[in-house]
Design a protein around this ligand. Structure first.
Ligand SMILES: Cc1cc2nc3c(=O)[nH]c(=O)nc-3n(C[C@H](O)[C@H](O)[C@H](O)COP(=O)(O)OP(=O)(O)OC[C@H]3O[C@@H](n4cnc5c(N)ncnc54)[C@H](O)[C@@H]3O)c2cc1C
Length: 166
C-alpha cells in the first residue's frame, strides 16, 4: 500500500531518489519479526530497479525473510544538523518491495561484481573477478525488487532548490 506524503512539497522526484540510491553507501533494511520488527544496516548496489545485497548464508535477517519477504530499506543521503534552528537539513529515500535470494549463478556473479565495482570503483573488472573467484563463493545475494520508493528532504533544502530554479 502506497501512503501519500503529507508534506508533499518536500517530496523528491524519482530521478532524485535514484541518484541518492546510486550514491549512498549503506541503508537500513526493515523486516517483520513475528509480532515485532528487525532493522539491520547493510551495504547495497542499485541496478535495473532492484537493490542487491550480499550476506552470509545464515542469520537473523535470512530467517525472517523466509517468512516475510516484504521489506523496506531506508537510505539517508544527508543529515546536516543546524543547532540554531533545532533541526536537521535531511534528505532520504525509502524503498519498498519484495526480497528474494538469487539462485542463478550468472545473476549472482553479475550482482556481486556490481557490488564490488560500486565499493572499489578504481579496481579493474579483472581485479574484481580475481578477488571474487577466490573469496565470493560462501555468500548469498539478496535482491530487493522495488515496487515503489519515496524521497523526502527538509523544507529548507527544497526552498533553496526552488530559489536556484532547479
Ligand atoms: C554500514 C554497514 C554496512 C554493512 N554491510 C553489510 C553487508 O553488505 N552485508 C552483510 O551481510 N552485513 C553487512 N553489515 C553487517 C550487518 O548489519 C549485520 O550485522 C549482518 O548482516 C548480520 O545480520 P544478521 O541478521 O544475519 O545477524 P545475526 O548475525 O544473525 O545477528 C543476530 C543478532 O545480532 C544483532 N545484530 C546483528 N547485526 C547487528 C548490527 N549491525 N548492529 C547491531 N546489532 C546487530 C541483532 O540483535 C541480531 O538479532 C553492515 C553493517 C553496517 C553498519
Amino acid at each position: 500500500m502506497v501512503h501519500e506524503m503529507r508534506r508533499w512539497k518536500q517530496r523528491l522526484e524519482q530521478t532524485e531518489c535514484e541518484a541518492i540510491l546510486r550514491q549512498a553507501t549503506s541503508g537500513v533494511l526493515a523486516l517483520i519479526d513475528g509480532e515485532g520488527t528487525y532493522a539491520v544496516p547493510l551495504s547495497y548496489v542499485y541496478q535495473d530497479h532492484c537493490l542487491y545485497f550480499h550476506c552470509a548464508k545464515s542469520g537473523h535477517k535470512l530467517e525472517l525473510l523466509q517468512e516475510h519477504p516484504s521489506v523496506s530499506f531506508c537510505v539517508i543521503d544527508q543529515d546536516h544538523v543546524v543547532p540554531d534552528e533545532y533541526t536537521t537539513y535531511f534528505r532520504s529515500v525509502i524503498v519498498f518491495g519484495e526480497m528474494d535470494v538469487l539462485k542463478d549463478k550468472q545473476e549472482k556473479e553479475l550482482a556481486l561484481s556490481a557490488l564490488a565495482h560500486k565499493y572499489a570503483p578504481k579496481h579493474s573488472m579483472d581485479q574484481i573477478h580475481a578477488y571474487l573467484s577466490k573469496h565470493g563463493e560462501p555468500c548469498l545475494i539478496l535482491r530487493l525488487r522495488i515496487s515503489h520508493m519515496s524521497g523526502k528532504e527538509a523544507k529548507e533544502l527544497r526552498e533553496k532548490q526552488v530559489e536556484q530554479g532547479s
